[in-house]
Design a protein around this ligand. Structure first.
Ligand SMILES: [Zn+2]
Length: 182
C-alpha cells in the first residue's frame, strides 16, 4: 500500500484511540500511531522509489519530535534502540524484517521503555500497516526470520483501493478532530 495511505489510516486510528485523552496525549499518541503506520516502509530500498525510505525516515523523525517536545521521553537509550532497529530494518529486503511481528515486538518494547503511555498507539499503527500490506499482491514476511510469507492478493499497492483508503483515513481524521473540539 502507498505511504500516504498508511499515514492517513494511522492518523485516523490514533485520533480515534485518543478521542477522550488529554490534548497532549492525543497529539503524541496520534503522532506515534502515524510513525507506527509508516515506519515499516523504511525498508522499501531498491524495490520502490529510493526517496521513499528517506521520506519515511524524515517524517518519522519529525513526528517523534511531538512526544519529545512534550517531555514524554523517559529513556533516551530505548529511543536509540528504536532508531537502531529501524536502521537495521532499512537494510533488509522490502516486506521482510520491518513487516514482521518480530520487528513490531522490538519496536513496541523500545517505545514502552522510552514513552510508557504511548506503545499501544504505535502498535495499532504498525498493525494497520501489516494488514493493509497483506491484502495486496506482494507477499509480506510476517513471521520473519521464517521464509513463509502472506498475501491475500485482494488489490495492488497502487490502486483505487489505496486511494479510497487514503480518502477515508483523511476524512476520518478530520471528523474525529472536529468531534474532539466540539
Ligand atoms: Zn509496507
Amino acid at each position: 500500500m502507498q505511504s500516504h495511505t498508511h499515514a492517513a489510516v494511522g492518523a485516523c486510528i490514533g485520533a480515534a484511540m485518543t478521542i477522550n485523552a488529554p490534548v497532549e496525549v492525543a497529539a503524541a499518541g496520534t503522532a506515534v500511531a502515524v510513525v507506527g503506520a509508516i515506519i515499516s516502509d523504511i525498508d522499501v530500498g531498491g524495490t520502490g522509489k529510493r526517496s521513499t525510505s528517506w521520506l519515511v525516515a524524515g517524517c518519522s523523525a519529525a513526528l517523534m519530535a511531538v512526544p519529545v517536545v512534550l517531555g514524554m521521553v523517559q529513556q533516551w537509550a530505548a529511543l536509540g534502540l528504536f532508531v537502531l532497529t529501524c536502521v537495521y530494518g532499512a537494510l533488509q529486503e522490502h516486506r521482510s524484517f520491518m513487516h514482521s511481528i518480530f520487528a513490531m515486538v522490538l519496536l513496541v518494547a523500545a517505545i514502552y521503555v522510552a514513552m510508557p503511555n504511548l506503545p499501544l498507539y504505535f502498535a495499532a499503527g504498525f498493525l494497520s500497516h501489516l494488514l493493509l500490506d497483506i491484502i495486496t499482491h506482494r507477499p509480506v514476511q510476517l513471521l520473519y526470520p521464517l521464509e513463509k510469507s502472506v498475501s491475500l492478493k485482494l488489490c495492488y499497492s497502487k490502486s483505487r483501493a489505496s486511494q479510497l483508503l487514503f480518502l477515508l483515513g483523511c476524512a476520518g481524521t478530520i471528523i474525529l478532530i472536529i468531534i474532539r473540539f466540539l
